[in-house]
Design a protein around this ligand. Structure first.
Ligand SMILES: [Zn+2]
Length: 277
């Protein structure tokens, strides 16, 4: 069985195609997928509905770094309510992003017209959610883009879940792998890393210990360079990742790490169960 450690099945790009996606995921032998909410009022209900509809969905709720500035005043109440009402639910997507703070990006449509929160505010919101995950021993999924220093600070000063946490679409260096592993990190290999030009990120995945390795799509984001699955009405060159492209990431990772593909599938399944089950 294959496991997608991180996607956004609730996003509007995928929502009209759910029947087809579910059929394709059955074809590749999907055992489970962590579906990450990003904003209490925008998509947490949709994530909960998907977990009701598909037994392979593990719901996860968090305030994404891009949504920190636009979070509602009662976000903590909503967070606790949602996570306490479902013992299977994980915490995420949370994290830190300094890419959105670069000049000229404040009005990027990805931020929904709200200028991004400064890194200090992102750190506070991330640490609060991470602390809750630690106190309730839920897995937490972290996004980190151009914010490794602040992330290390949060990880060193915040209690961390005993079961571990996920650095999703890990884009750090091989040296950082050892450092984050000591803190309890898992690392997920994203479909977009099937690109031979991403040498540094790919080398980092050779350094990830077998018992900390996961695989993900982040669909509908990050399609692989040559997708195997498309959405019927979407043209093959549209920038949208079909979740079943997960199998390409598994195949590529086995070659990259020079491991038997069947053994890799087994190891990732064990890791997924240990962190998210
Ligand atoms: Zn994501």
């Amino acid at each position: 069985m294959l496991y997608d450690a991180h996607n956004h099945l609730q996003f509007e790009e995928l929502a009209p195609h759910l029947d087809q996606i579910a059929a394709d995921l059955a074809k590749i032998g999907l055992g489970g997928a962590v579906v990450n909410g990003t904003h209490p009022d925008d998509d947490w209900d949709d994530v909960a509905a998907l977990a009701e509809r598909f037994n392979w969905v593990i719901p996860s709720y968090g305030v994404h770094p891009w949504d920190v500035a636009g979070r509602p005043d009662d976000w903590q109440l909503k967070f606790v309510d949602r996570l306490e009402s479902d013992s299977r639910a994980a915490v995420g997507e949370i994290g830190l992003d300094r890419w959105i703070l670069e000049p000229g990006r404040a009005h990027d449509p990805i931020l929904g017209g709200v200028p991004p929160a400064p890194i200090e505010e992102q750190m506070e919101v991330c640490a609060w959610q991470l602390r809750w995950a630690a106190e309730h021993d839920r897995a937490a999924t972290l996004h980190c883009v151009r914010a490794w220093g602040p992330l290390q600070e949060v990880l060193r000063t915040t209690p961390l879940p005993k079961r571990g946490f996920l650095l999703h679409a890990f884009g750090g260096s091989p040296e950082q792998v050892a450092e984050f592993s000591r803190l309890g990190a898992y690392f997920s290999f994203n479909t977009s890393l099937i690109d031979p030009r991403k040498i540094r990120q790919r080398n980092a995945f050779k350094a990830v210990p077998s018992d900390r390795l996961l695989v993900e799509t982040d669909a509908p984001a990050f399609p692989p360079p040559k997708p195997a699955f498309f959405l019927t009405e979407a043209s093959p060159d549209s920038w949208c990742n079909h979740p079943a492209n997960l199998q390409l990431a598994y195949a590529d990772l086995a070659i990259l790490r020079d491991e038997d593909p069947v053994e890799l599938v087994r190891a990732v399944a064990r890791n997924f169960q240990r962190l998210f089950a």
